[in-house]
Design a binder for this molecule. Sequence first.
Ligand SMILES: Nc1ncnc2c1ncn2[C@@H]1O[C@H](COP(=O)(O)OP(=O)(O)OP(=O)(O)O)[C@@H](O)[C@H]1O
Length: 369
Amino acid sequence: MASLNGNAAETRWGPRGTAGATIAARLAFEGIRHSYGGGASLDGVAFTVEPGEILCLLGRSGCGKTTLLRVTAGLERQSAGRITVNGLEIAGPRAFLAPEKRGIGLMFQDYALFPHLSNLRNVMFGLAGLKPAEAADVARRALARVGLEHHAEAFPHALSGGEQQRVALARAIAPRPSVLLMDEPFSNLDRRLRDQVREETLAVLRETRATAIIVTHDPEEAMRLGDRIALMRAGRLVQIGEARTLYETPADLFAARFFSELNEFEGRVSAGAVDTPLGRIAAPGRAEGETVVVAVRPQGVAVAPAGAGVPGRVIGHRFLGEVDQLDVAIDGTDIPVKARARITAPFAVGDEVGLSLTPRDVLVFAKDG
Ligand SMILES: Nc1ncnc2c1ncn2[C@@H]1O[C@H](COP(=O)(O)OP(=O)(O)OP(=O)(O)O)[C@@H](O)[C@H]1O
């Protein structure tokens, strides 16, 4: 039995460029609603995934990510709205294709391999339309692409978690789906293995040219993997766009909090700006008298020896590896300001310091955004 954490043999994938390519498809959601009986699990979701695009579906637990995948695959039926692939309705008021007729592959979070079938038989499972010899050939090639052809006759339980993930990936790509849906495909892997498996999986997806949706609750993973990110909350799409857009111009405070820890200050707009304990902050486009939240990313708070900027006192200093985090007490708030940077000056708890802000790390939102 291979080690769970991987060794040299485990980490070797098959040659790149050998995964069979598919015909890329445009996947569109229009006003998708769904409920398990209580409140709405999906509440009017609408967006399009472009042919060959890798889209990360990001959100907290329970926001509806898995439900959207299940509705897309045909394992659940939406109560309203329409899903199309290349403009053809696969689920909606006019049509409801059975899961096996959709050309959509689904890879489950727990891989869902059949324990009583060999790895080869597991991969062949999705190839029922082919003659057995042909299916075995296609399955062997898919296993070879993920570097596991020598485990074809073994059973899933004899493989490490990382290898099981690869069998599940081989099973998902073998039928050459035009759309591939992956539910938290890396969440069961330890961190060291995860980076490599993510990179190889991405290479396989690019080769197959499948349009892919990858579910994750990890914003960093979404930024690494996705051509675009769709951020969901409570069954709704909050924002969709490239990682940089979501990070730099989040649609609301919730979206901003998702991508970064924040120092938050509530205030009222007067003459186009808000007074905060860190100084007066411009609030362009906000109504006079509106209550807003000024959000400041910790990496946008520069700490210098006392003299310049907003005066404060260091009350905490944590070494986080690549950066340090300082907690700084300032006048006007009981909550310490968090500053995060590679600190070269040796600040110690009790030191008097001066704080200044980087404008691009300061965001202003409606209070209930
Ligand atoms: N089979 C079910 N029966 C009843 N309610 C369900 C069922 N599956 C999910 N739900 C509810 O629907 C909502 C959306 O769940 P869903 O699993 O789609 O969220 P998620 O974002 O994928 O979460 P997670 O990351 O925890 O899997 C949640 O409130 C959940 O409790």
